[in-house]
Design a protein around this ligand. Sequence first.
Ligand code: SAM
Length: 174
Amino acid sequence: MLTGRTEGALLRMLVRLTRARHILEIGLYTGYSALTMAEALPQDGQLISCDMNPETSSIAQSFFDRSPHGHKITIRLGPALDTLKAMPLDPVFDIAFLDADKENYCSYYELVLPRLKTGGLLVADNTLWSGKVVKPREPSDRALATFNELVQADPRVDNVLLTVRDGVMLARKR
Ligand SMILES: C[S@@+](CC[C@H](N)C(=O)[O-])C[C@H]1O[C@@H](n2cnc3c(N)ncnc32)[C@H](O)[C@@H]1O
């Protein structure tokens, strides 16, 4: 479920390169990617992570409580679509990382983009989906293929799909 060391190193690098201070994550699980990105944030940086699973979120919080970077992370518990819709429309985030249910990626994208600053970066995990986006069969295959097409055709962003791990889409807001 978790991103792991290679993608974690990429995420940390992106946070440092963009000098991000405010990060939004959709899909916390046990907190690996959140803590990895938080490590690269300045002391007053903030990361909001959305997840609907109270058990894995509480495990994540127990790791954050033991980390010198944990104070930068706030968990928002509940279905991420509801959490996003309730957020103000201000473009405050420098980076948004999508890594939750694949069927909702397009909806997350449309809700997150207005909340990203100009020049902000949207990072979406699993966009190759073990190659299944090439010949989609299951709903999750189709959802990710549709997401990739949406981003590729979107004049609001510049984008590139990295073949790191299971595919990482980068979309920079114009
Ligand atoms: C792949 S895991 C995230 C892994 C994490 N980013 C990491 O690298 O450590 C996906 C997470 O998305 C959460 N999730 C799935 N559907 C969701 C939804 N509709 N709203 C909020 N969270 C959701 C799951 O509970 C799970 O913890």
